[in-house]
Each structure stands twice: as C-alpha cells, then as structure tokens.
Design a protein around this ligand. Structure first.
Ligand code: COA
Length: 297
C-alpha cells in the first residue's frame, strides 16, 4: 500500500525499536526507514534480527540490529548506548516488544503473569529510563516540540475485560499509565512526547496467530460485528503520524487503531424489528392513561 505521507517526513531521524525484527515492530521499522529514518532494532533472537536487518537494508534503509532482552536492564542500557554510538543521536524509542499467550486466569501461574508484566510493563519502563538521556540530547532541536519521542505499543484488552488475557490486560494497563505519567513528567521537563498505539487484531503477526487462531477468527464476526483484521501498515502509519511533526501537539494519548473493534457488540435485535418494536412501545405508552399501572391495562 502506498503511504499518504511524504517520503522525507522523518528524514535524518534515528529510531530504536524493540521487537523491531518481526510483526508490527518490523513494519514500523520498515515504514520509518522508507520515510527517511535510520533504524536500530532490538530483539532476543539473533537469526530473526539478522534477517530483518537484511530485509531493511535491501530496501535501501540504514539499519542495524542489537541483540537484547528488555527484561534485562544491562541489555537495555547496552542497546540504547550502542544505538547512540552508532548513529550519534536517538529521536524515537518505540516499545513494541511484547509477550503473550492465551491462558485462563485459573491456569496461569504467578510466574507466567510476572513474565508478561516483566516484558511489557517493566521492559517498557526500563527502555524509557535508559533512553531518557539520549532523547533529551538526541531529540534536541530536531522536533518542533523540542525533545525526542516515545511510542508504546499497547492494546484495548483492558478497556473492558478480555477472556484468557488477564496477564496482558494488566500489563497493558500499566503501559498506558507509563505513557501518561511520562508524558506529564518528561513532557514538562524535556519536551519529550510520549504516546501509545492500541492496535486491534492485526493480520499476519505473531500476536494474531497466538491469540486468534484461524478457527476463532472465522467465527469472530458473529459476536463482534466490527471485527475485521487490520494490516501492520495501519499501525505503522499511525506510528509515523505520532513520530513526525504532524503529531507535535499530541502527548500522553494512546491512539486506538482497530476499526472500532473494541466497541463491538452483538446486535441483539435486527434493524427492522427495532423500528416496529420502538413504535409499538411508544404507542403503548401514549395510550396508557396517566396513573394507571401497566398491570391494570
Ligand atoms: N500457558 C500458560 N503458561 C505459560 C504459557 C502458556 N501458553 N507460556 C508460558 N507460560 C508460563 C510458563 O509456564 C512459565 O511459568 P512457570 O515457571 O510458573 O511454569 C512462565 O510463563 C514463563 O515461561 P517461559 O517459557 O520460561 O518464558 P520465556 O521468557 O521463555 O518466554 C513468553 C516468554 C512466554 C511470553 C513467550 O511466549 C515469548 O517469548 N513471547 C514473545 C513473542 C510473543 O509473545 N509475541 C506476541 C506478541 S502479542
């Protein structure tokens, strides 16, 4: 799909993207690169990183991969430092690394819960914390807003509740809090903008194959009328908007990019039936003498 943005919208900027070797993180890396940014991607698996860097470079994107686990502070520090050493500045940190699996609350061990909290919530904070000094420096004078940018990939699960996702719901609720609190503190002190994106179900990602295998996916529309799969491209375009100066006045928000999916409710009465029913109910209440209980009519 062709981008609606100018090809130089983030020209000369440097992006560090955790989980940038696959799924949504890789698409963000690709689109940032295609729009002029240099890209550092962080991930745990060397093979995945190497092939992602090769794919980016084959598109003419300046890219480098750094192995590391966001759960380890020393890895976070090393990767952020290496990115700075390699490129000389860092303009955006994207926290796209995440862990997930379907499990009922009853069957989830506390360590399983902690593992996802550690990757998604603590990992996001750790990366932000390590990147701060560079985002202060690196972003300085580059964005109209003054400082660098942070973008946290979240979810909509925790807006209501989600089956078999207690760990991720809790973790992403924390991520949204991190987004708002850092937007307040670092927006005030350093002009750093901190935003999030809450993707809906996105096709061709590790997330969707883990959380909505084909057999679930095909039935989803019956009980979630607004259910449709988005593309990784949709998330990357939202990320570009928030990264670029087009988003210079946006701070502390988590942009939902899900086609309205989280609002989805099964239609309990067909449209034609509701017309008739509604008129009949009105007529009944018009005809009802005042003060006479319905049971006496
Ligand atoms: N159901 C229930 N519990 C599970 C589980 C599952 N499918 N997968 C892992 N766990 C539990 C483990 O049993 C363990 O708890 P225990 O010690 O009490 O038994 C705990 O979670 C940690 O598992 P482990 O496999 O040691 O963690 P890991 O660090 O190797 O892997 C995961 C982390 C589990 C999040 C793994 O799925 C992962 O690496 N995911 C990254 C990719 C991803 O999920 N992408 C999708 C993004 S939406």
């Amino acid at each position: 799909m062709e981008s609606p943005f100018k090809a130089d919208i983030v020209k000369g900027k440097v992006a560090l993207i955790t989980g940038g070797g696959s799924g949504i993180g890789f698409e963000i890396s690709t689109q940032f690169g295609k729009h002029g940014a240099s890209v550092a991607i962080m991930g745990r698996r060397k093979q995945v990183l190497d092939s992602a860097v090769c794919a980016l470079q084959s598109l003419g994107i300046i890219a480098v991969g750094f192995e590391g686990d966001v759960r380890k502070q020393e890895d976070a520090r090393r990767v952020v430092e290496s990115t700075f050493k390699h490129f000389g500045h860092i303009d955006i940190l994207v926290n796209a690394a995440a862990g997930n699996f379907l499990v009922s609350a009853e069957d989830l061990s506390p360590n399983g819960f902690r593992t996802v909290m550690d990757i998604d919530s603590v990992g996001t904070f750790t990366m932000c914390h390590e990147a701060l000094k560079y985002l202060k420096k690196g972003g300085h004078g580059r964005n109209s807003s003054g400082g660098g940018v942070i973008l946290n990939i979240s979810a909509t699960l925790h807006y209501t509740a989600a089956w078999y996702q207690i760990h991720v719901s809790a973790a992403k609720a924390a991520v949204d809090s991190i987004t708002r609190n850092l937007a307040l503190e670092w927006g005030t002190d350093y002009d750093i903008r901190v935003n999030g994106i809450a993707p809906g179900p996105i096709g061709d990602t590790p997330g969707i194959s883990k959380l909505a295998p084909e057999e679930i996916n095909s039935k989803a529309r019956d009980y979630m009328p607004l259910y449709k799969l988005g593309d990784k491209w949709d998330i990357a375009m939202a990320a570009l908007y928030l990264f670029s100066d087009a988003g210079k006045y946006v701070n502390g928000t988590t942009l939902i990019v899900d086609g309205g999916h989280w609002l989805s409710r099964a239609r309990h009465i067909p449209k034609e039936a509701v017309k008739q029913l509604s008129r009949a109910v009105e007529k009944r209440s018009r005809d009802k003498p005042v003060g006479v209980p319905t049971s006496k009519l």
